[in-house]
Structures are given as structure tokens and as C-alpha cells.
Design a protein around this ligand. Structure first.
Ligand code: M6R
Length: 620
């Protein structure tokens, strides 16, 4: 949520900043802006709208200079307009900053600063930080005989941070100290790239690729003082610390669109490869189990686990619900999936041997991070199932499993969902084989998982039929998504996909729950999408479907090839390959992703950047 970029070195900052913002735009796209230090002045260009619009503005009014900061905004405080766009200035322009996060006490700070005569020009919480910093800076200059140097700036920053409540990733420039950039973090990610006589700062490593592979991830309560040649890191409480330099992979997937029109479509089509990557090297055929390199627990410790709590948000929560069913079915370990936003403030009883998995594509979701930290604080082994390497959750977890799905850029999560479900299936196999699951059953699961990439390829052939269905129903304003057992989470996920990218109201329900209320919604204008592949309770789901038909509700069925009966009952059928029940979410979710994609296109919605949303939700 909000993308931050900074550059100091020997190259023109403007293009590096714009390119970085372009790569960070998935974090927020309400407005964008840059400031470049130019002949002792801070030259500002900012604008409501997307990064290409800012690029246009900069092309018309270029800024030269080799030090600058930039920001792409997801609005939290204050509407989307030019003034509320970052960067923000403090005092009389002597301080300038970009901020990601939420300052919870900004109103009291603003009131106090206004009393001191500071004039606020925006509705943002961030401007309070800028003015407070200017105030503290002036205090430092007063103490220091008006010498504007990096020490005064650092002292001012430290004094400011002590007064902030909330979360922040901050990059700050001081007009009178023209060759230094200041950085601080609590709760919002920041990574520093080390180049040759140059440094970069960004919200994630994406913008650094192609510039450098040496990075330092800033941790909470750390500050950095950065010049072209030097990087100093200071911990708020313990003072200077040695930067821990890590090497990032330069070719971690392909973030280009290639021949696809949208990232979402590209990522839907990447699913067979993503699942292959999630499975690679993770089978032990001889022992009919799964292998994980990063759990960091002994077999004895793992054997003692008597409860698993999965915690996540949004699509990752839906994957977690599939995980709950799988872990209870195969490993017989009581499992629960908790919304991270609830778990962080709840206090559910957890036995000593409860193990936590935070499931997250980005590894930066604020609620998931907070829930994970809360469980860690209580002493539970806390692991991550995560896609983004080096993300905060991946780094703070006691261990974990990477998805290896490659970058997911579309705001609507697709390949991360199926990769998460794949990893959770492996996990259920792993825990199962430590407990009750037989060797032949383990072998069967392995064979089933190995068949998935090819079956996904076959599933993608339903694309033309999905297009036809999308055209038929794209003008409807309410949809129901229904499934049972492993396909109930799929129904929830299908409804979320439709809501988020086409702005159509959609509800996911267990099909049998319809008669307890939602059936009242059914009429000829409310299509129901039934996920009804072959399964042990197929006849029961068919009865639920008939209940909808009896009330004149149009029915779109996702069913298995060869199911002729369904064609007589449903208005439209999208056929997919038949797989064992526990593998069905990996297949049945694909037509639902494609359906939401096409309906959104037909309604002229921005598929990759839906309104009001951002890819990585780093605020509470
Ligand atoms: O990065 P995370 O997996 O932690 O993100 C969690 C949700 O914000 C995310 O899945 C969201 O629901 C997606 N936009 C849904 O497509």
C-alpha cells in the first residue's frame, strides 16, 4: 500500500524514480509524485492519477539532479487529489518526505503544530510528520549554532519518530543538506539497494532489479543515513549497527506483460508453471511424503504439534480454508483458518503445541504480519507460506515455505491462490505421513499433485466457453457462488474475484446454506454459479441446484467433462477435467478467474488495477 522510491548517486534521478514508481504501482495508483534536489532546491512534480500521467508531466517539465524521492499513493487520509499526493513538504520547504503507513496520532500532532504556526496544505496524516520534522530540525539548528548537517537532520528525525504512533516507511530529504537521504521504518517495508557509488531505496526489491543485486532490508525501528558512497544504519534503541547485505536473485520470474493484454490473464495462464514450481523438489517418492527445506523444526517437534492455526486475509484466507479441510482430512490435526485482522486482537485458546502458518502472497499484509507477531510473542512456532522472497513476513517467520510463483502483479490474486493450495496440499501430505496417512495414500496424493499442471493446461481450454458465458451475464448486478466441501472455498474465491474487479455484488455460500436465507435473493436476474464437479455428495449439490432452478434462478455450472446430466439442469455449463475431490480447487477456480476477468472487461473495468484497492495491503 503506497510505493516508495529514493535514489542518490551519479545518475539523473528522474528516470530512475519514474521507472521505480512504475514497478511499484501495484501498491497504489491514486496519485504519484517525485521530488528531485536541483541546485539546492527541492523540485516537485506530483499529480492525482497513475504513474504514466506523472511521467507525462515530468516530460513536459523535466527535473535534473542526482538525488530524489518518489511515491505512488493508495489514499488513506484525504481524498485523491494533487495536493494530497506525496511528496509532502514541512516548515517552509526545508524538509520533504514520502510516507507509507498510517500515523494514528496525526490529529493531535497537527493541532499542536498549527498552534505553533505551521500551515497545513493537505488532509494527509503524512504532512503532520513533515511539519513535525521541520519543527524538530529548527530545534536542532537552534542547539547547533544553525549548522545544517547530517547530524542535525538525524537528531531531528529521531526526535520526530519518538512522537509518532502508527506505522511508517519514510524517506526524507533536507533542502540544506543536499547530498544525504534519510530513511526510517516501523511497520512498512523498505529495502536499500547498494550500487557503485549510488544507493537506492524502495518499498520492495522490484525497482532495484537491473540496478543492483546487493540489498539491505531495513527492520522495524531502524533508520538509515545514506549518501552516494556510504550507508549507515542506526537502531532507535541500540545505536549504529552493521548493515546485513544480502544478494537478491535478478531473474525471479518475469514481470513483463509479454503478449498478454493484462497481468491477470497472464497470471491465470502461468498457473500450470507456478504449480510445477511449487512442487519442484518437494516430493520424497520413496517415503511417499513431502519435503520442505525451511520449516526449521525437528521431526520430534513437528510430531508434537496438536493444532494448526492458519492465518491470512482475502484470497490467501480462502486458500487457508482449503488448507484447513486438507490438514484435517489427511493429517487429522485440528486446524482452523483465522482472519488475520481478527486474530491479531482475539485471544483464542491455543495449546502449547499449536503451530501457526501465516499465508500471504506479498509477505507484507499488515494484518497478517500483526497476527503472526502476536502468535510469535506467545511463543508458538510461527511459519510463513509466502511468495515474495525477503518480504517482512518471510524474514520474521521462524521458518516457512516459498511458493516460487514468480511476481504476481494483477491486484486480483490468481496464481498465488493455486500455488498456496498446492503448498497446503503438500503440507497435509507431510503431516499426514507423520501420523495416520498410509504409504499408498501418500503415493496417490503425490501422483495426483504431479498430474495437476497438465490438467490445468486442459482446464484453460474452457476459455472460449467462459467468454460466451461472460457475455451472456455481464449485465447482471448480483451473483451467487455456491459449492460444497472443497468447492466451498472456491465459491468464496470466485465471488471475491468478481466483486473486486467488476464491482458486481457477489456472495459465496456453501450450497446447502441457501435455504437458510440467501435463497430469498434468487430471481431471474440473479445468476448462481454452482461449482459442482463429481464428488461424494454430488447428488446433494444437484438438489441444491434444482432448488435454485425451481425459483427461476439462472444457473451456470462448473462441472466435470462427461457429466451429461448437468447440461439438462443448468442454463450454461463450463466443463473442466475430473480430479480427486481434494484437488478440485486447483482446477475449478480457473474458470471462475476467467469469468470475472471477462465480465470485468465487458464492463470496461480496470482489470489489473481495480478502484479503491492495492496489491499489497500494508495498512491496518
Ligand atoms: O499478499 P497477501 O496474500 O497477504 O494479500 C491478502 C489479500 O489482500 C489479497 O489476497 C486480496 O484479497 C486479493 N486482492 C484478492 O484477489
Amino acid at each position: 500500500m503506497c510505493g516508495i522510491i529514493g535514489y542518490i548517486g551519479h545518475q539523473e534521478a528522474q528516470n530512475i524514480l519514474l521507472d521505480g514508481l512504475h514497478r511499484l504501482e501495484y501498491r497504489g495508483y491514486d496519485s504519484a509524485g517525485i521530488v528531485v534536489m536541483h541546485e539546492g532546491e527541492l523540485a516537485l512534480r506530483k499529480k492525482a492519477g497513475r504513474v504514466p500521467e506523472l511521467s507525462q508531466l515530468v516530460a513536459e517539465r523535466p527535473v535534473t539532479g542526482t538525488l530524489g524521492i518518489g511515491h505512488t499513493r493508495w489514499a488513506t487520509h484525504g481524498e485523491v487529489n494533487d495536493a494530497n499526493s506525496h511528496p509532502h513538504f514541512g516548515g517552509e520547504g526545508e524538509v520533504c518526505l514520502v510516507h507509507n503507513g498510517v500515523i494514528e496520532n496525526y490529529t493531535s500532532l497537527r493541532d499542536a503544530l498549527q498552534e505553533k504556526g505551521y500551515e497545513f496544505k493537505t488532509e494527509t496524516d503524512s504532512e503532520a510528520v513533515a511539519h513535525l520534522l521541520a519543527y524538530e530540525y529548527r530545534e536542532q539548528l537552534g542547539k547547533n549554532g544553525s549548522v545544517a548537517d547530517a547530524t542535525s537532520c538525524l537528531n531531528a528525525l529521531q526526535a520526530t519518530l519518538k512522537q509518532l504512533k502508527g506505522t511508517y516507511g519514510l524517506v526524507v530529504l533536507f533542502r540544506d543538506v543536499p547530498n544525504t537521504m534519510f530513511v526510517a521504518r516501523v511497520g512498512s517495508p523498505l529495502v536499500i539497494g547498494i550500487g557503485n557509488k549510488e544507493h537506492f531505496v524502495a518499498s520492495d526489491a522490484g525497482p532495484l532489479l537491473g540496478h543492483t543485486d546487493e540489498v539491505v532490508y531495513l527492520s522495524d525501528n531502524e533508520l538509515a543515513v545514506i549518501t552516494a558512497d556510504d550507508l549507515k544504519i542506526v537502531h532507535r534503541d541500540t545505536g549504529a549497527i552493521d548493515p546485513k547485505v544480502q544478494i537478491i536473485e535478478q531473474s525471479d520470474g518475469n514481470a513483463d506483460l509479454g503478449d498478454y493484454e493484462h497481468y491477470m490473464l497472464k497470471e491465470i495462464y502461468e498457473q500450470p508453471r507456478a504449480v510445477e514450481n511449487a512442487l519442484r523438489g518437494r516430493f520424497n517418492d520413496d517415503e511417499a511424503t513431502a519435503v520442505f527445506g525451511g520449516l526449521n523444526m525437528t521431526a520430534q517437534q513437528l510430531r508434537r504439534i496438536d493444532r494448526i492455526v492458519l492465518t491470512a486475509c482475502g484470497t490467501s484466507w480462502h486458500a487457508g480454508l482449503v488448507g484447513e479441510y486438507l490438514l484435517e482430512e489427511f493429517a487429522r490435526v485440528p486446524t482452523e483458518v483465522e482472519y488475520a485482522s481478527e486474530l491479531r486482537y482475539r485471544n483464542p485458546p491455543m495449546s502449547e503445541n499449536t503451530m501457526i502458518f501465516a499465508i500471504t502472497q506479498s509477505g507484507e499484509t499488515a494484518d497478517t504480519l500483526a497476527a503472526m507477531r502476536e502468535c510469535k510473542r506467545k511463543g508458538h512456532p510461527t511459519l510463513a507460506i509466502c511468495n515474495v522472497v525477503g518480504s517482512t513476513i518471510a524474514r520474521e517467520a521462524d521458518g516457512g515455505i516459498y511458493l516460487h510463483a514468480g511476481p504476481e502483479i494483477g491486484v486480483a490474486s490468481t496464481k498465488a491462490f493455486t500455488s498456496q493450495v498446492t503448498v497446503l496440499t503438500l503440507l497435509a501430505l507431510f503431516f499426514g505421513r507423520m501420523r495416520h496417512l498410509s504409504y499408498p495414500a501418500g503415493k496417490r496424493i503425490i501422483r495426483g499433485l504431479q498430474s495437476i499442471p497438465e490438467l490445468m493446461e486442459q482446464t484453460l481450454k474452457c476459455h472460449e466457453m467462459v467468454k460466451y458465458v461472460a457475455e451472456k451475464y455481464s449485465e447482471k448486478n448480483n451473483f451467487l457462488y455456491l459449492g460444497r466441501l472443497y468447492n466451498f472455498p472456491v465459491a468464496l474465491e470466485g465471488a471475491l474475484k468478481l466483486k473486486e474487479i467488476s464491482y458486481i455484488h457477489a456472495e459465496g455460500y456453501p450450497a446447502a446454506e441457501m435455504k437458510h436465507g440467501p435463497l430469498a435473493l434468487v430471481d431471474k436476474n440473479t445468476p448462481s454459479v454452482f461449482v459442482v464437479p463429481k464428488c461424494g455428495i454430488y447428488p446433494k449439490v444437484i438438489s441444491n441446484l434444482e432448488e435454485v432452478k425451481a425459483r427461476k434462478g439462472p444457473v451456470i455450472a462448473i462441472a466435470c467433462h462427461g457429466d451429461e446430466k448437468i447440461a439438462e439442469l443448468a442454463d450454461d455449463v463450463i466443463y473442466v477435467p475430473d480430479v480427486e475431490e481434494y484437488l478440485q480447487p486447483l482446477i475449478t477456480s480457473i474458470p471462475l478467474q476467467l469469468l470475472s476477468y471477462h465480465i470485468a472487461l465487458l464492463r470496461n473495468c480496470n482489470v489489473d488495477r481495480p478502484r479503491n484497492l492495492a496489491k499489497s495491503v500494508t495498512v491496518e
